[in-house]
Design a protein around this ligand. Structure first.
Ligand code: TXA
Ligand code: MG
Length: 316
């Protein structure tokens, strides 16, 4: 494959990216959460290329990105609860797993053969322009090799996937910084992955508590592997100081060589998380270690701690 194009998010760049996607190409696009590796969700070959470029296990289904609610209604069946959540949080960092309409025309590789589909309307203006210009549903997992740290800048995408994809559309740094919250809505509303929309905000709209991961009555998101987001270095959590060989990443009162947020601001910490994991990894060097200061389990802290626990989990 020719070298991966680094496209500016101008109207020309967006038009070029849309043309590549319509021709079955792979284009990394900015979203407000992380960069996504997009392909035409109706095209088996294009979707298969996503799995190959990322080395992603084929049983792990993909999120379909759409420009508007009307397209979502054409692909999935939305319950009244799903519509209320859409009205509050779309476009934005919420993914809903909904019953798939068999006539939707999606490649079965997108849903990994399930009868549900994960849908999201991204809020990033460049993603929205690209979706409108391409005029097709875009399947897009995070644009990183499977199991590694998710990308929040175009340079992160190129570091992991250069030469394996047609282009990256550069929309700068992602504002949210952690992936979308995933809700299962094919039964009682259930949290499948904490993310950019805090659980508290979702429960406020539903007027009822969500079923949480670990509830044995619930299906699991197939992609929720224990080890994920893995840096090269070993990782220790809830550290209040650095050991001799560690790069400490601070938060609030815990000061490190790097910090998620000196003010203890969870929004800032989420936006910085994946970039700092990469920076700490580079500073730690071969055989090195990283330590993270404790982050509270509220609001976006739930998503941050989820990603950190996976990054620290024993590797397969
Ligand atoms: O913020 C995000 O969600 C980013 C941006 C690019 O939109 N995307 C993202 O995709 O994080 P990915 O592929 O890294 O994670 C998608 C998750 C996986 O854990 C997958 O198993 C789950 O969504 N998923 C997809 N379809 C599903 C389905 N039908 N049922 C249950 N889980 C599903
Ligand atoms: Mg991912």
């Amino acid at each position: 494959m020719p070298e991966t194009l680094h496209l500016a998010a101008t109207s020309d760049g967006i038009a070029q990216a849309a043309a590549l996607l319509r021709a079955g190409g792979l284009v990394a696009m900015p979203t407000e959460t992380v960069y996504g590796l997009a392909a035409d969700a109706r095209d088996d070959r294009a979707v298969a290329r996503i799995y190959a470029a990322k080395n992603r296990p084929a049983f792990n289904p993909l999120i379909v990105h759409l420009p508007d609610l009307a397209s979502a209604e054409r692909i999935a069946r939305l319950s009244p609860e799903a519509r209320a959540l859409a009205a509050s949080f779309w476009p934005g960092p919420l993914t809903m797993v909904l019953p798939l309409r068999p006539e939707a025309g999606l490649s079965p590789l997108v849903t990994a053969g399930l009868d549900t589909v994960a849908i999201r309307l991204p809020a990033h203006p460049v993603a929205r322009d690209l979706l409108r210009a391409a005029g097709i549903p875009l399947a897009a997992p995070s644009a990183n090799p499977s199991g590694r740290v998710s990308p929040t800048r175009a340079e992160h995408v190129l570091a992991g996937l250069s030469g394996r994809i047609e282009a990256v559309l550069d929309g700068g740094a992602c504002a949210v910084g952690v992936e979308s919250t995933i809700l299962g809505l094919d039964g009682p509303p259930a949290l499948l992955r904490p993310g950019g929309v805090p659980v508290e905000a979702i429960e406020a709209v539903l007027g009822a508590p969500l079923a949480l991961p670990g509830d044995p009555a619930l299906p699991k998101a197939p992609g929720q592997l224990a080890s994920h987001y893995a840096p090269e270095a070993r990782l220790r959590l809830n550290a209040t100081g650095a050991r001799a060989d560690e790069v400490l990443v601070g938060f609030g009162p815990v000061t490190g060589a790097l910090t998620l947020s000196a003010q203890g601001d969870l929004l800032e910490a989420a936006a910085n998380l994946f970039h700092l994991l990469r920076e700490a990894d580079a500073l730690a060097g071969p055989g090195g270690a990283i330590a993270f200061a404790p982050v509270p389990e509220t609001g976006l802290g739930l998503a941050i701690n989820d990603r950190l626990r996976r990054a620290a989990a024993p590797r397969p």
